[in-house]
Design a protein around this ligand. Structure first.
Ligand code: PGA
Length: 912
């Protein structure tokens, strides 16, 4: 971007922001709240009101700032694309295809490889979305008004009307409490996910398809890549909401069953709506265009099979055969839509059993139009519906089921106790466990007699698996994802799942023994588990039940999914050890996959902040080890990230295109096989180890947990009702048991952002002082080796959000000076070291070298400082001796504290 572009962008942002702040002030004046109008942050200066309502006013102001920034980013991308074409923006199809066109790979090969690209975001309800669903809805509408206002055709009266609508929307927002008073139910969280799946993503798929076709032409690639191409890169969606049972007792079998039902119903209603629109569009008269014989034949055939509903479908538009065909397809959907609502049906009569049958009919419809010279209509009208069926099927998104290995152990113990009276499985050594499991897995006979009640954990797992088995029997495997085992520590943790699946009827018998009906997927998430992952995987992939399962699921080309967790490894060992550990683990597992002839499909469990694995998408993909993406990417999109990236269709298209084009860019050609590795890898091993030691040393300091609990608002966060699941996996109040989200959330509220940078400074400084030439080589490699650049730039972004003065103010909440001083001194020293060494790498002050990160933060600095002061004062009051006895007062203070948490999160643009 030129400096002129940058200035233009800044000016537009300022204009939009001024406009929004004027609207907000107008709203406050209208409500007789002029004090609030005058305390709004303006041009960087802040003047808090005495009135505690200013916290909420600033929270709204921060949301408006975020919205204005988002809108400017979208408009800037569009302006750049208008002047420079699709190659303007890095990471998107324009650039990727341009590069491929110069690579010398034949065009047909590129087109064929593009058809294999697959990306699967997995939407989860990880409790990081601080905004209530009602607030999100208002913000979405407000954003649309902001965009509407940009149109230059409005008359002055119309512009006034838009302004009035904006002010009214702000009032709505102001009168809606931001604080969740009750925890949401899992099914409320599901509703948010379904909103995106049904209302946003279906609009986005055609945008993505059009853009790849345009980019293909713009890159000068010949041959056909058009909307009529049979295979375009494919996005599909999965979800964990209603299936993620890890530390979440409220995800019961009934919830899972209801989730599967809701997903199916909404998928069918989506298609019902799309077919209704398609029918009204294909009003092509047979007198003007004669249908080809295949269409007429298919109509006759369906008429004979469909009985009364089919006749009705034909009767309605006798002159319009294409429309009749669409009416027929709609009548065959397995859902009944009446004035009273919608009801799922079985596949009785001639209703479709599987989505593939509808796809076949849509292909016939498309081809019949093409055959009669109406290819434009086929591409504009039929293809988007066909793509919807390909992407969403009859299931909208597939549902993974996740459970913790310790829970599975307890379940198996109960089964063993009920069947044989044996006990102690969870205390056996790994070899004893495997020996037992191998013996058991050789047989297909379940443990229990029908009707036995083995105990809570066993019943919980089995009842969930039975729901999955029933779904498989009725609808096949579309809609079902994997059985994911969190905290996989040994191969026995995976084999246990086979036994549980056998018990619940989720297994098929073959001549050699049984296979599991769903893939069992390890989740390696701590640093030690990542280190052991390749050995575990090798043993797992060689196991006969796994081999049979992969053959059952994938036939001749076995694929094993492996999930890797970014948050727990980071909480364990800090950013460098985590990201490098993940890199090394992928390399080692890829090697295993090659050795045993199984393709690996990595599933990246990333959160929305750097400390939980986030980072710029394109750099993240380019920083993966060679061969890791393999044209097939699965990753979580969690909590607040979903609304930030996917709430408006244009932004959603941008983020999905980054994923698709980025995956294609690192997968074709030539990057599909692991290479020899970068020469600095051994140095990185050392640095990661050193960084981890430093981080662990801090956590092991005497009194560290007390420091953490007193210097951050962790207690407020634990009392908040963000998300349906508890903050801890079990009831133990240890650091190990605390989940990564509240850990990161509380450090960011107190502006430490500790796990995003701590440790890396010591490691790099040591290298700098001990081996200057190697350090110089390291610095040069940050430019050329993306894996390294990714780690360094993420640490630099995290430390930009940390603020030593604010850290110190929060540390003032720690009662014991003897504990506070040394810990704070250690953190400050590491902070200074990290900044110093990063400045060395970036060649100057970070604020100057990285304006894209620092300028938006600077816009918020003063207002945030005031909010932090307020939060600290409230924490002090709330934690006072005896306060808990005064229930009313304590609740009121907690509510005020939660408001500060929301306002600070809105300012930082992140929770945890
Ligand atoms: P989990 O996720 O706690 O669900 O394992 C970790 C995270 O995303 O922070």
């Amino acid at each position: 971007m030129t400096s002129q572009d940058a200035t233009g962008k800044e000016d537009k942002l300022q204009r939009d922001l001024d406009y929004l702040m004027e609207c907000l002030a107008e709203m406050f004046h209208g409500l007789g709240e002029s004090r609030l109008a005058s305390c709004l942050p303006k041009n960087g200066s802040v003047a808090p009101s005495e009135d505690c309502k200013f916290v909420r006013a600033w929270s709204v102001a921060f949301q408006l700032l975020g919205m204005a920034e988002e809108n400017v980013a979208v408009q800037t991308r569009r302006a750049l694309e208008t002047s420079q074409g699709l190659v303007a923006e890095p990471g998107l199809w324009g650039r990727v295809l341009e590069k491929l066109s110069r690579s010398g790979v034949p065009e047909e090969e590129i087109a064929a490889m593009l058809g294999e690209i697959r990306v699967e975001p997995v939407l989860t309800a990880h409790p990081t979305e601080a905004k209530r669903a009602s607030v999100l809805r208002h913000l979405r509408e407000l954003y649309l008004l902001l965009v509407k206002r940009e149109n230059t055709v409005w008359t002055p009266a119309e512009r006034d009307e838009i302004r009035e609508e904006i002010v009214a929307m702000l009032e709505r927002l102001w009168r809606t409490s931001e604080v969740h008073l009750e925890k949401p139910k899992v099914l409320n969280e599901l509703a948010t996910i379904i909103y995106h799946l049904r209302d946003i993503f279906p609009q986005v798929i055609p945008i993505l398809d059009r853009r790849i076709c345009l980019a293909w032409r713009e890159a000068g690639l010949k041959g056909e890549l058009s909307l009529l191409t049979e295979r375009l890169p494919c996005v599909s969606f999965s979800t964990w909401v209603g299936g993620d049972r890890d530390g979440h007792p409220l995800v019961t079998a009934e919830v899972t069953e209801a989730t599967l039902r809701e997903l199916r119903l909404n998928a069918l209603m989506l298609l019902h709506g799309q077919l209704t629109t398609l029918g009204s569009r294909l009003s092509i008269s047979r007198r003007l265009l004669a249908p080809p014989p295949e269409l007429a034949r298919r109509l006759d055939e369906l008429k004979a099979r469909t009985g009364a509903p089919g006749e009705e479908a034909l009767r309605r538009n006798p002159e319009e055969p294409w429309r009749q065909m669409v009416n027929m397809m709609r009548a065959r959907l397995p859902v009944e839509v009446t004035g009273d609502g919608e009801v799922l049906c079985g596949a009785e009569g001639s209703r479709y059993c599987r989505a593939a049958e509808l796809e076949d009919d849509l292909r016939l419809l498309r081809d019949s139009l093409v055959a009669r010279g109406a290819a434009r209509l086929a591409a504009a009208d039929v293809v988007p519906v066909l793509r919807s069926v390909e992407v969403f099927g009859f299931h909208l998104a597939s549902l993974d089921v996740r459970q913790n290995s310790a829970f599975h152990d307890a379940a198996l113990e109960q089964l063993m106790a009920a069947a044989t009276g044996e006990s102690g499985f969870s205390r056996w050594s790994e070899e004893e466990r495997i020996a037992f499991l191998d013996r058991e897995l050789a047989s297909s006979r379940p443990f229990l007699l029908p009707g036995t009640k083995p105990g809570r954990e066993a019943e919980s797992v089995l009842s969930c698996y039975r729901v999955l088995a029933a779904h498989l029997a009725s609808f096949g495997d579309a809609g079902l994802g994997s059985l994911i085992v969190s905290m996989t520590r040994g191969v026995s943790d995976l084999l246990v799942v086979y036994l549980l699946a056998r018990e619940a009827g989720l297994a098929v018998r073959g001549t050699q023994g049984f296979a599991c009906r769903l893939p069992v997927v390890p989740l390696f998430e701590t640093i030690d588990d990542l280190e052991g992952s390749a050995a575990i995987l090798e043993r797992f992939l060689s196991h006969p039940v796994t081999r049979r399962t992969l053959a059952e699921l994938n036939g001749e080309s076995p694929v094993q999914q492996v999930m890797i967790g970014y948050s727990d490894s980071n909480k364990d060992g800090g950013i460098m050890a985590s990201l490098w550990g993940l890199y090394r683990a992928q390399e080692a597992m890829l090697e295993v996959g090659r050795r045993v002839g199984v393709r690996l499909r990595f599933f990246h469990g990333r959160g929305g902040t750097i400390s939980r694995g986030a980072g710029p998408t394109s750099r993240f993909l380019r920083g993966l080890p060679e061969g890791s993406a393999g044209g097939d990417l699965r990753l979580t999109e969690q909590g607040e990230v979903i609304s930030q990236k996917y709430s408006n269709p244009l932004n959603a298209a941008y983020h999905l295109e980054l994923l698709l084009a980025g995956t294609a860019g690192v997968s074709i050609p030539g990057r599909s096989e692991p290479g020899t590795g970068h020469p600095l890898e051994p140095v990185m091993d050392r640095l990661a180890h050193r960084s981890r030691c430093e981080y662990e040393k801090l956590l092991a300091r005497e009194g560290f947990v007390t420091f953490f609990r007193q210097a951050t608002p962790i207690d407020v966060i634990e009392s908040s009702s963000i998300g349906s699941r508890p903050a801890r996996r079990t009831d133990h109040a240890t650091l190990a048991d605390l989940r990564a989200i509240p850990w990161v959330f509380s450090w960011s509220q107190a502006r430490y952002f500790l796990s995003g940078w701590y440790g890396i400074g010591s490691a790099l400084e040591e290298l700098m002082l001990e081996d200057a030439p190697l350090f110089a080589q390291f610095v040069r490699s940050t430019q050329s080796w993306t894996a390294l650049h990714y780690i360094i730039s993420n640490a630099a972004t995290s430390i930009a959000s940390a603020d030593p003065a604010i850290m110190e103010a929060y540390a003032g909440l720690v009662h014991e000076e003897g504990l506070r001083k040394p810990i704070l001194a250690a953190i400050h020293a590491e902070y200074r070291r990290t900044v110093r060494v990063l400045e060395e790498i970036y060649g100057g002050p970070l604020a100057e070298r990285r304006p894209a990160v620092h300028v938006p933060l600077a816009r918020r600095t003063d207002a945030l400082r005031v909010l932090h002061e307020r939060q600290i004062a409230l924490l002090r009051q709330w934690r006072q001796e005896g306060m808990r006895q005064n229930r009313g007062m304590s609740e009121e203070l907690l509510f005020r504290l939660l408001e500060t948490v929301h306002a600070i999160a809105a300012g930082l643009g992140t929770t945890g």
